[in-house]
Design a protein around this ligand. Structure first.
Ligand code: SF4
Length: 549
């Protein structure tokens, strides 16, 4: 059995991970995830048929989100949980086949390896080892394969956002209908090059809808983010660090730790939580700990409390296994997993709290230091008049949206250097983990408008898009004609779907790095370059000069 995975930016040798993932994924885990993806395609096929006859199956729609999200980079490394998900997927595919009365066409790619014949986890790994990307490439050629993989990874990212939104009670049938349609096409392989390209862009539009749902869920529950000072040094006392995107987990943790003498710190993707009125009112939400996800091993090793991972980006927790916990879709072998809440109830974070109380906590306060977060669309648009005046008066020359994921590769220093070299009469909008490379630097302001506006995390790309659209409207132009440059970094599949959203909205001239996706073939890349003028990052000097010319 060999694995092959090239879905993320750090893929081995820039071409694919073949014996073990750079992320730490074992070959058995990779193969189980391939089996899950093949089965979710099959589910999509039957679900699409059901929908065509006017029927809906909410359980299948929700399971589709779980299955896709579990295979996103750095989410689930636990073979036991993945096998259980797979069994659920097979049972659902069987049920939908009977319910829909549909039959997969002879020769459909998902029929090539019969996963229904698997009798055990080991047996499945053997059988699923035959689902090789190289075989599909032989069958369809590298360009169709590239578009199919681009679509698959876009769908995975979109499913992650839809999953977060669903936790907050937000969902839309249009999103599920697209998943069924796109997965059905992937199941049968039945589409032309143009049709695959069309599905890829449609995924971008649907992802915007998923992010809109999540934005509505977050802002309706917790209010609109407000500019907020966030402490970035420790406070004396017992401590819990909470990482990931799930704000409801944070709220429930804050409720359960109230009055217990525990300070709660956000980590990684949870940083924007400090801007939400209904979360920042908890006085024991004291600050932000550490930097981006890839530094977690070093930072968690010395963190004197417990850690809760609510979504993706977990790494091997060797050395602190007893005080790190997972919940939701994220999982790692041997870690205690906090189970989902029952309807109307809360998750039970007792093990996390007990581990924090058993830890030493921080011995003393760190030096007072803070950063400002919370420049969501409402906050930025409330000073839109001031921003427009500054642009018209020539005080703001250009905006740079420097956003996206962070990662361990060296080429990512480009983004720090870029932010540092942005001229003083330009404003930086930022979002997602890439900003940890420069968000603690001092950028100053232009007539009281901060030069660094932290919009939030990757899901807040929705807010960034709304800001760009509103500015375009205010200047009576379109987004491409604004003095605005997009300088993006990608790592995993949520970044892929955001990129597809920007392309679907017709945004041109995006600079992308630190390297281009290994799964995109030269011809597909040319297509993207011709249509959207997307380009790899080069040197900071060259890219800045081009943007400012
Ligand atoms: S997710 Fe990325 S690092 Fe992990 S196996 Fe796949 S390509 Fe390699």
């Amino acid at each position: 059995m060999t694995m092959f995975c090239f879905q993320c930016e750090q893929t081995g040798h820039g071409t694919g991970c073949t014996t073990r993932g750079v992320c730490g994924k074992h070959d058995t885990t990779a193969v189980l995830q391939d089996a899950i993806i093949q089965t979710v395609k099959e589910i999509g096929f039957y679900n699409d048929h059901l929908r065509a006859s006017g029927k809906r199956d909410a359980a299948a729609d929700h399971l589709t989100l779980d299955l896709l999200f579990a295979t996103v980079t750095n989410v689930d490394f636990d073979d036991r949980r993945l096998y259980s998900l797979f069994q659920n997927a097979i049972a659902t595919a069987d049920r939908l086949r009977r319910f829909s009365g549909a039959t997969l066409p002879a020769g459909a790619p998902v029929s090539q390896v019969d996963l229904h014949a698997a009798k055990s986890g080991e047996n499945l790994v053997e059988i699923a080892g035959e689902i090789a990307i190289s075989r599909r490439k032989e069958a369809v050629g590298e360009d169709i394969l590239a578009l199919q993989e681009l679509l698959t990874y876009g769908i995975k990212g979109t499913a992650a956002y839809a999953h977060h939104a669903l936790i907050l009670g937000k969902e839309a049938d249009a999103v599920y209908a697209f998943f069924a349609k796109a997965l059905s096409s992937l199941a049968t392989g039945n589409a032309s090059m143009d049709e695959w390209a069309g599905l890829v862009l449609e995924c971008g539009h649907v992802n915007l809808k998923a992010m809109e749902l999540l934005d509505a869920g977050n802002t309706e529950h917790f209010g609109h983010p407000q500019p907020t000072q966030v402490r970035i040094t420790p406070k004396k006392g017992k401590a819990i660090a909470i990482s990931g995107h799930d704000l409801l987990d944070l709220e429930e943790l804050l409720k359960q730790t109230e009055g217990k003498g525990i300070n709660v710190y956000t980590h990684g993707e949870m940083l924007p939580a400090h801007g939400y009125p209904e979360l920042k009112r908890y006085s024991h939400l004291v600050g932000n700990y550490g930097g981006a996800w890839q530094d977690q091993h070093k930072e968690f090793t010395v963190f004197p409390g417990s850690i809760l991972m609510t979504t993706n980006c977990i790494q091997n927790p060797k050395g602190y296994e007893k005080r790190i916990f997972t919940t939701g879709c994220v999982a790692y072998p041997e870690l205690v997993h906090i189970e989902d809440r029952k309807p109307g109830g809360m998750k039970d974070f007792t093990p996390v709290i007990e581990a924090a109380l058993a830890g030493p906590g921080f011995a003393e306060d760190g030096e007072d230091k803070s950063i400002t977060v919370g420049f969501g669309r409402e906050a930025v648009m409330s000073v839109a008049g001031k921003v427009i005046d500054a642009v018209n008066a020539g005080k703001i020359r250009r905006f740079f949206l420097i956003g996206g994921c962070d990662g361990a590769k060296t080429g990512r220093n480009y983004y720090t250097e870029f932010a540092e070299k942005v001229p003083k009469d330009c404003v930086i909008l930022t979002l997602a983990c890439g900003k940890y490379r420069f968000n603690k630097l001092e950028f100053g302001d232009i007539d009281g408008i901060p030069r660094l506006l932290d919009i939030g995390q990757c899901n807040d790309a929705y807010s960034a898009i709304q800001i760009a659209v509103a500015l375009a409207k205010a200047f009576e132009t379109d987004v491409n004609s604004l003095p605005l440059s997009f300088v993006l970094s990608w790592y995993e599949q949520k970044a892929v779907c955001i990129l597809l959203t920007l392309l679907a909205l017709g945004i041109k001239g995006i600079k992308l790095g630190p390297s281009l996706p290994a799964f995109v073939s030269p011809n597909v890349l040319n297509m993207l370059v011709e249509k959207f003028a997307i380009a790899p990052i080069s040197t900071v000097e060259e890219d800045l000069k081009a943007a400012l010319s």
